[in-house]
Structure formats: C-alpha cells, structure tokens
Design a protein around this ligand. Sequence first.
Ligand code: GDP
Length: 314
Amino acid sequence: MALTGNVVVLTGGVGGAKLARGLVEVLPPERLSFIVNTGDDFWRLGLKICPDLDTLMYTLADVVNPETGWGLRGDSLITLGSLDRLYRVDPWFRLGDKDLATHLLRSHWLRQGCSLTAVTACLVERLGSGARILPMTDAEMPTLVDTVECGLLGFQQYFVKYGWQPVVRGIKHQDCESARLSDAVLSALLAADAVLIAPSNPWLSLAPILAIPGARDLLARLSAPVVAVTPIIGGAAVKGPTAKIMRELGLEVSARSIADFYQDIIGGFVDDKRNEAFARQGLRITQMDTLMNDLPDKIALARGTLEWIGSWTA
Ligand code: GDP
C-alpha cells in the first residue's frame, strides 16, 4: 500500500519541481511539505530573488513556463530591455515583467521585517500553490562556486552569467556556520512519515540544505525513512551541470556516486532502470523509470516511490 502519511521533500528547482508536481497529484496538499534550497538566492537591483522557491511556487500553482520549467508562463522582458537600452544595465540575469511582481512583493515584505518563511507562506497562499513550501533557513547563506578560471563566483554568476562553463574545484556555503533550519522546517521533519530527496543537483541544490548545522544529523536520526531519487540517468544528467561537476570533482558519473553522497542519511534509493544496478549494505535500492517528461511520468514516479516505501512496512 502506498504511504499516506506526512511526506517531506528536500528539493532544488527544476528537477525537484517535476517530482513535486507528481506528488501533489497523489497526496493531499496538507500531507506535503517541500524544504527548498535557498543557496541560489541573491539580491539584484534591490530585489530579493529566490529561484528555487519560485520554481516550486510557480510549478505547484500551475503558472510556470512549461518550456523552461522556471519563470512564469507567457512572460516578457520589456523592463529588462529598458534597463539595458536606457541605462546600460547589463541584462545578464533574466527578470520577466510578470515575475517582477513576485520579487517586488517579496522584497517589500522582507524590508518590513517579515522572515523569508513568512513571506513565502503569503506568496504561496495568494498564488494558490497548495502544499507547504519552506525555505531551508531564514538566514542568508549564499552558495559560492570556486572555479579554476574565475576563482570564487556567486552562484548566479557561475550558473547564469558564465553558463556553468568554468571548471568547478569546490563549493562553499557562505555563513553556513551561523544558519539554522527554520522552526517550520524542523517541525515538518519531526512530523514526517517519510522524507524524499528529490532528483535535484546534490552539489548545488541539496548540499546547501545539508550544510546547515545539525541538518545531516537530524536526517540520520529520524525514525522516518529517508529516500533519495537519482538525478543521474544512463550516466548523464537530464539537464544542467550535475554530471559536469561530478567529473570536475573527480567522481564517477553514476547513481552509485549519488547514493554515496547521501550515504549517512538515506535508507532507500530510487535508481533509474537504465542505470547499472548496484548494491550497498544497509541500503534498500529499487529501479524504476525516473525520467519525467510529462505529467503521467511525474505521477508514476511519485506513486511508485510512495508505494515502494509503503511496502517496507506492509
Ligand atoms: P535547478 O535547481 O533548477 O538546477 O534544478 P535541480 O537541482 O532541482 O535539478 C537538477 C537535476 O535534476 C539535474 O541533475 C537533472 O539530472 C535532474 N533531473 C531533471 N529532470 C529529471 C527527470 O526527469 N528525472 C530525473 N531522475 N532527474 C531529473
């Protein structure tokens, strides 16, 4: 029988949002909490931008741009064009006109003294995103990417400005020592009947969450099962720099390396059926089709994962 209790999902942006979209079709929203990476967040032109939170919010509210998997459907770039033409502001970071509404309101509420958790809850409620979407922390903890060619780069500079081309030699989480999991995140984890680690980029999207003091220990100690889904299919990433970064960090590009990364916290691993099967003592592994091209794929992976976890205790 499929698991029907509280499910908490640790996630980054586009890859994680695909599984999230499937999960909301198989579980009622009050059973679902998404703990979202905020290491990608930054300030641009006085606006607080939270790319992974926005991707989750827009996906679950069904207003996301289906072509990119991020940003708003039917958006335009008139303001960005004017900033460039009239004021020579380099338009390297795309900010859609409709999307600006989110950034303006978020920044306004943050400046009024609200926490990112509270601001996100208001945005989610007004957008109608349904499930609980929780920033991993209310502290600012920007991810810095240490590259061979350019040295330390802010995450968005690495990812967007330089198109993730510089060679990565390390990843840092600025100010992580003083960051704390928010109370809402702690409560969600303590009430979880299962924790899923979405098929997001482990080094860029999940590592920031795990870098918050106490996060890894808490996950390792939970009595609820913690299960990761592979972002590597057939020795490659579906999209983005995951495989490239793995090679640059000297790791084998395989699901095995992903399982190793989460070794101390997971009890289960959903591998893709296209990958070479492997075994790990103490780790339950299943293989399924984890490629999510359309909504039925997303639902099938969500349902398959919950049924598999449910079968452990049946
Ligand atoms: P970002 O924050 O927007 O870069 O996205 P994430 O970190 O959430 O996800 C990036 C990862 O998602 C990449 O490693 C992809 O391989 C993985 N991914 C994207 N689509 C799929 C899919 O359909 N299935 C699986 N298994 N992984 C996927």
